[in-house]
Design a protein around this ligand. Structure first.
Ligand SMILES: Cc1cc2nc3c(=O)[nH]c(=O)nc-3n(C[C@H](O)[C@H](O)[C@H](O)COP(=O)(O)OP(=O)(O)OC[C@H]3O[C@@H](n4cnc5c(N)ncnc54)[C@H](O)[C@@H]3O)c2cc1C
Length: 496
């Protein structure tokens, strides 16, 4: 029998992928299993922000906000191809929050953690400033502050890719069916997409199953835990671009919640999110009529250009797997992460992850390793604060300049495709287009500039198995291509 892994990670969302990368970089042997596709669940249904979380200050989550603010610039430096700075305009509404409270929050936002690249907060007159132009004249007082936007699914894929390149085994379409302790080892039964099962052994089990964290504990491992997960649904709608400009808006609602309107995919606006308690199966989550109406009415309250259901080109929902801290209000449940370690004397340890944010995944992984250190003799020190994710080694982190240079070298790509490829793959674009001297060298174009060369790369390097993996996670070309393209992409992926 092959030797046991040091760590078996269950779940290929951002937390599982981040933990696998951190662990393998410390010299451990690591396996990560994901039952569906990488980022198939919560990690691709987010608001796609790398942010401090201004609103969490109202819930006194200073530790979380400080850690998240620090991570913004670090992650931006690690992955400048998939993360971009964004300015957020906050129109003030005195009936919801006093101006002094907003100013205090923004002061903390600027000063809780040092900033290098991101500019600080600014007060703006919405009546005279171009950033006020798309809004109804409800208030003159506005503020602007910085955060970042991220391609959430790609953040997961790049962490998994880096983990693989450092030696981790990453398997998609592979479910942890069950696991039992045999002394100091876990014996895990894995089931792959064909239904075949096999056993692997590991010294440590990490349960990063997101919304399934309790399912893994209770049903796959047969353990009972006092810690609970609270599922809170959040939904988004996407409409044709609502306004000119690169800024996002953070809109306050009468229920004191906020929603964002964010420029998305060049010609769209992403709007969300909601906070609704959820008790169904995580995979069945979908936007409700009430959520759609809530998002539409918030936009129509603030923006001159009103929207209706017929404007919606895409919607999506996810469930936040939050740590159950006993809060009554879904919006108030802590967004911080909590670990549960089960390590009976002389037996193999188990660590379960509750909660977390995309923004804090790297620190979460460091903290996982810190808490596992007593169980892993000779663990190497933390290392992920430096360096880049695959494709992120772009000179000066300037992805737009890199795309312009690529276009000069390969004019046949066209400006839109060069830009899309660089903002998806960074310097790894060379693995797709590096050898090509003409458009024909990239093979057939399935639409939107998605070619055979890109599909070959996605299948061989990034675990893409289906059109859905390609169109809705590795890229967002599903928003651009006609529905029929999916069948052709599936056929091509099956043929290679
Ligand atoms: C609406 C919404 C908006 C959000 N917006 C933001 C934001 O803007 N910024 C931010 O920083 N954070 C945001 N978050 C939070 C962030 O998205 C989540 O904290 C994060 O994605 C959780 O990642 P995860 O890895 O824990 O879970 P997941 O991404 O759900 O990954 C868990 C994985 O485990 C797999 N799995 C489960 N059971 C098994 C098994 N038995 N065997 C194998 N695999 C298994 C699942 O298939 C799943 O893919 C948002 C969340 C939501 C819901």
């Amino acid at each position: 029998m092959s030797s046991p892994f040091d760590i078996l990670v269950v779940g290929g969302g951002i937390n599982g992928a981040g933990i696998a990368r951190d662990a393998v970089g410390r010299g451990l042997s690591v396996m990560m299993v994901e039952q569906d596709d990488l980022a198939a669940h919560t990690s691709s249904w987010s608001t796609k922000l790398i942010h401090g979380g201004l609103r969490y200050l109202e819930y006194y989550e200073f530790r979380l906000v400080r850690e998240a603010l620090l991570e913004r610039e670090r992650l931006l430096a690690m992955a400048p191809h998939i993360i971009r700075p964004l300015r957020f305009v906050l129109p003030h509404d005195v009936s919801i929050r006093p101006a002094w409270l907003v100013r205090l929050g923004l002061f903390f936002y600027d000063h809780l953690a040092p900033r290098k690249r991101l500019p600080g907060c600014e007060r703006i007159n919405l009546a005279s400033d171009r950033r006020g132009a798309p809004l109804k004249p409800l208030t003159k007082v506005g503020f602007e502050y910085s955060d970042c936007a991220v391609d959430d699914a790609r953040l997961v894929v790049l962490n998994a890719l880096d983990a693989k390149e450092r030696g981790a085994i990453v398997e998609v379409g592979t479910r942890l069916e069950s696991a039992r302790r045999e002394g100091k080892l876990w014996v895990a039964t894995l089931k792959d997409a064909s239904g075949a099962t096999r056993e692997v052994r590991a010294k440590v089990l990490v349960n990063a199953a997101g919304p399934w964290v309790a399912d893994v504990l209770n049903h796959r491992l047969g353990l009972n835990t006092s810690k609970g997960v609270r599922l809170v649904k959040g939904s988004h709608i996407v409409v044709p671009r609502l306004y000119e400009g690169t800024q996002a808006y953070i809109l306050q609602n009468p229920d004191k919640r906020i929603i964002f309107a964010i420029p998305y995919q060049d010609d769209l606006t992403l709007i969300g999110t909601t906070d609704v308690p959820y008790t169904g199966a995580p995979q069945d989550v979908a936007i409700s009529d009430d959520e759609t109406d809530y998002l539409i009415s918030s936009i129509n309250h603030w923006f001159k250009r009103e929207i209706s259901r017929t404007d919606i080109v895409w919607d999506y929902s996810g469930v936040r797997p939050l740590f159950d801290d006993g809060s009554i209000n879904a919006s108030a449940v802590t967004r911080d992460y909590v670990f549960d370690i089960d390590a009976p004397e002389g037996q193999a340890p188990l660590l379960s992850v509750f909660g977390g944010k995309l923004t804090t995944y790297r620190k979460l992984a460091e903290h996982v390793m810190r808490d596992l250190a007593p169980h892993i003799p000779g663990l190497k020190p933390a290392w992920t604060a430096e360096g880049t994710l695959p494709g992120g080694d772009i000179p000066d982190g300037d992805a737009d300049r890199y795309a312009a240079d690529l276009l000069k070298r390969k004019p046949f790509l066209g400006a839109d495709r060069a830009r899309r490829l660089v903002h998806t793959y960074g310097t790894r674009v060379e693995a797709i287009a590096g050898g090509a001297r003409s458009a024909e060298d990239l093979g057939r174009d399935f639409g939107g500039g998605l070619t055979e060369a890109e599909l070959r790369y996605l299948k061989s390097a990034e675990w893409a198995r289906t059109a859905r993996d390609v169109l809705w996670r590795r890229t967002k070309l599903g928003l651009k291509l006609p529905k029929e393209a999916a069948a052709e992409i599936d056929a091509f992926l099956n043929s290679i």
